[in-house]
Design a protein around this ligand. Sequence first.
Ligand code: F6R
Length: 260
Amino acid sequence: MAEIIIKSEQEAAEMAARTIVDAIKANPEFVLGVATGSTPIKVYAEIAKLVKAENVDVSKVKAFALDEYVGISKDHPESYYQVIKVNVTDQIGLRPENVNTPSPDIKTVATAGADYEAKIKAAGGVDLQILGIGRDGHVGFNEPGSSLASSTRIKTLTQETLEDNARFFDSIDDVPKHCITQGIGTILRAKHLLLLAFGESKAEAIAGALEGAVTSSLPGSAVQLHPHVTAIVDPAAGSKLKNLEYYKWVYENKPSWDAI
Ligand code: F6R
């Protein structure tokens, strides 16, 4: 079962950052899986603070993004390449050549997924994957119906995701309808999954993902197939969990030697 921890967004960011920075100190060649969207923004800021304050060597850390839009250029401020560059690469001080986003280039679209999988494999796999979750239960851009064994490939966004992501663009018509995303199978190959969710709008997806049936209709439920999952959610996002009191009790009684 996933470890489910209830914290405020800021506390969750500090806890996630502490875990990641300690892991980097223990393994300078750490491979971090990064998500875009609003959810992990504070985590990146907290990692950057710790890296600076504790003078952590991140020169060999590699990062792999979950997904990228297809249909806007890499230079577009909302391309995930740019979002990761600003929030992760530049802020934390990673070497740009160590940070990867799937290629949305139409000319190489047929091989882009396999190329990205090969790059992740060559890096030794992702050590810790940060995940947000969509209201419809998507992780990465694996929308409902995505195969639980899928690898990096092109997907079409749902209307709900287009509406949710319209806030980053001038209008909903500007949101690209296609993307290239790590598959559920890719995500499940990461060694540790750190699922974060904040706000009431995520409550149903979180309850479904962590306590519902494992189904491609709610792709986030695939985390139940992974042996090492930590979910840190705020009280609003955790409000529909049936066993909420039990998760709180487990965490309150967590032995000091047991890391997340
Ligand atoms: C982003 C990603 C998505 C988001 C999800 C939640 O790389 O893969 O699955 O994590 O759409 O988005 P926010 O965090 O903006 O609510």
